[in-house]
Design a protein around this ligand. Structure first.
Ligand SMILES: *[C@@H]1O[C@H](CO)[C@@H](O)[C@H](O)[C@H]1NC(C)=O
Ligand SMILES: *[C@@H]1O[C@H](CO)[C@@H](O)[C@H](O)[C@H]1NC(C)=O
Ligand SMILES: *[C@@H]1O[C@H](CO)[C@@H](O)[C@H](O)[C@H]1NC(C)=O
Ligand SMILES: *[C@@H]1O[C@H](CO)[C@@H](O)[C@H](O)[C@H]1NC(C)=O
Ligand SMILES: *[C@@H]1O[C@H](CO)[C@@H](O)[C@H](O)[C@H]1NC(C)=O
Ligand SMILES: *[C@@H]1O[C@H](CO)[C@@H](O)[C@H](O)[C@H]1NC(C)=O
Ligand SMILES: *[C@@H]1O[C@H](CO)[C@@H](O)[C@H](O)[C@H]1NC(C)=O
Ligand SMILES: *[C@@H]1O[C@H](CO)[C@@H](O)[C@H](O)[C@H]1NC(C)=O
Ligand SMILES: *[C@@H]1O[C@H](CO)[C@@H](O)[C@H](O)[C@H]1NC(C)=O
Length: 398
């Protein structure tokens, strides 16, 4: 009798417990430190943990695993967020619009499903002493972080670091990035270094002070460099960009300081190679092994020399337009109709060099300078190269 009673009451207690078990709720919103302290026995929290708007200093004690997301969004007063024992957040670690958050201490955190941090204008350092070594996606945008120390991944599907205006360094031991890599609009001097990255999908570098990709071998998507401030870019191991089904371009656009691009092992581009508005690139000669381009070669700017000594197949067009005098006949005219399957344009002394599809309007070619390839038929005597365009034109006509 006593046994039965006891059993019944235990069962009831158990049922009530299961219903109210704070550790297994699909989502728990905490409004105060007392609410957080009520979770201290939850070594594993089964669902999401959402921080309410009134928290100022929040400490998550006891929890080692959050099976859902940790969400702190629009907590306008939150200054400190601490979780000393938390090792794993299985879904998202979402911190969005925390305008006064200035201290983060997650000294055991190692694994996160997705890091999504947006608009953290007071957070300059990450407190990630154990280092996060696994995260399937990382987006860090609009923070004042000076470094990403504490994030050290080996593989991820997305790594997007943008608009962090004090960020001076991005160095990550990523071996591969299966989705997209984007480092954009951070500190103009940001040094982006991927010492272990062997392959990436789409990769974009914008307004970086340096980019190091010493072991990058394959880019399955496109590789783009825009508005960077570095002088030299070298990918010593890169052999191919793109895939037969998706294409894949290499683009250098508006890199004002860029002088030297070196891709000594590159053989195949499944899309287009483009240089546009890189005003200090005088020599495009860093592609000694490039042999097949499935798209086009589209180079416009102020360069004096360009050479593709191993090229044997350009399935798209060829567009070369430069402000400098350029001898198309030596290097490229033989490409027309054989190597180049699309439209062939090669023109020097162009006032406003344009990208593929634009008509070069010359101020110096033969026949009044309005014919396609006119500069191509016009062999520049190298010793004239220093003469201004008009003098050269006159010398030729005479
Ligand atoms: C993070 O939270 C913000 C605010 O609730 C939301 O707008 C955003 O979509 C979330 N981000 C992700 C990746 O879930
Ligand atoms: C990505 O890199 C990691 C670490 O080197 C490796 O274990 C994994 O197999 C790689 N994934 C792919 C798809 O290459
Ligand atoms: C990354 O490369 C550095 C040096 O190139 C090496 O010391 C380190 O062990 C590598 N890291 C990984 C995770 O392979
Ligand atoms: C790569 O970027 C291009 C252009 O933005 C996009 O169309 C394509 O889907 C991307 N591919 C991957 C795998 O992200
Ligand atoms: C990208 O290329 C690498 C190396 O060729 C290959 O191992 C990987 O499976 C490719 N990834 C995708 C998503 O196509
Ligand atoms: C361009 O860079 C490559 C590789 O870094 C180097 O070998 C070469 O000397 C550089 N050329 C110039 C003109 O700086
Ligand atoms: C190149 O520069 C010109 C003039 O500043 C600009 O109009 C054009 O959009 C730029 N092209 C690209 C591809 O950024
Ligand atoms: C272009 O090539 C010629 C001949 O090889 C060389 O004399 C000249 O210095 C080169 N120009 C530049 C800017 O490297
Ligand atoms: C180039 O011009 C120089 C100077 O006028 C002249 O001596 C030389 O013979 C010319 N070379 C050719 C190939 O026309």
């Amino acid at each position: 009798m006593l046994g039965k009673l006891l059993f019944t009451s235990l069962a009831v207690a158990g049922a009530v417990n299961a219903q109210r078990n704070p550790c297994s709720a699909s989502s728990t919103t905490v409004e105060s430190q007392a609410d957080l302290d009520a979770l201290v026995t939850c070594t594993t929290l089964g669902g999401d943990l959402v921080l309410g708007p009134n928290l100022v200093i929040a400490t998550i004690n006891g929890i080692r695993t959050i099976r859902g997301s940790l969400i702190a969004a629009n907590c306008v007063d939150l200054q400190q967020l601490t979780a000393p024992e938390l090792v794993t957040i299985e879904d998202k670690f979402n911190m969005t619009s925390l305008t006064v958050l200035n201290q983060l201490n997650f000294n055991s955190l190692r694994t996160v499903g997705e890091i999504y941090w947006q608009t953290l204008p007071a957070l300059s350092n990450l407190g990630l002493a154990a280092q996060v070594t696994q995260a399937a996606k990382v987006t860090i945008t609009d923070t004042i972080l000076e470094s990403l120390e504490g994030i050290n991944l080996v593989t991820t599907s997305q790594f997007n670091i943008n608009n962090n205006r004090y960020l001076k360094e991005v160095t990550v031991q990523l071996a591969n990035i299966t989705g997209s890599l984007a480092i954009e609009f951070n500190s103009p001097s940001v040094a982006a270094s991927f010492p272990n990255l062997t392959w990436a999908n789409n990769a974009t570098f914008r307004s970086c002070g340096s980019v190091k990709l010493p072991v990058l071998t394959t880019v399955n998507g496109s590789l783009g460099f825009f508005e960077n401030t570095f002088e030299t870019l070298s990918t010593p191991r890169l052999t191919a960009v793109g895939t037969g089904t998706e294409g894949g371009d290499i683009t250098f656009a508006n890199n004002d300081a860029l002088v030297n691009v070196s891709m000594p092992q590159l053989q195949t581009i499944f899309g287009t190679l483009q240089f546009v508005n890189d005003s200090n690139v005088k020599d495009i000669d860093g592609f000694p092994k490039l042999s097949v381009v499935h798209g086009s070669i589209d180079i416009s700017g102020d360069f004096e020399n360009a050479t593709f000594p191993s090229i044997r197949d350009i399935r798209g067009g060829f567009n070369l337009q430069t402000t400098a005098e350029f001898d198309c006949s030596q290097e490229f005219d033989r490409f027309e109709g054989s190597i180049v399957k699309g439209k062939y344009v090669c023109e020097g002394v162009v006032t406003n060099p344009g990208t593929e599809g634009t008509d070069p309007t010359t101020n110096g070619g033969s026949n009044g300078g309005n014919k396609k390839n006119s500069a191509g038929k016009f062999t520049v005597n190298k010793s004239f190269a220093a003469l201004p365009a008009l003098a050269l034109f006159a010398a030729f006509v005479l």
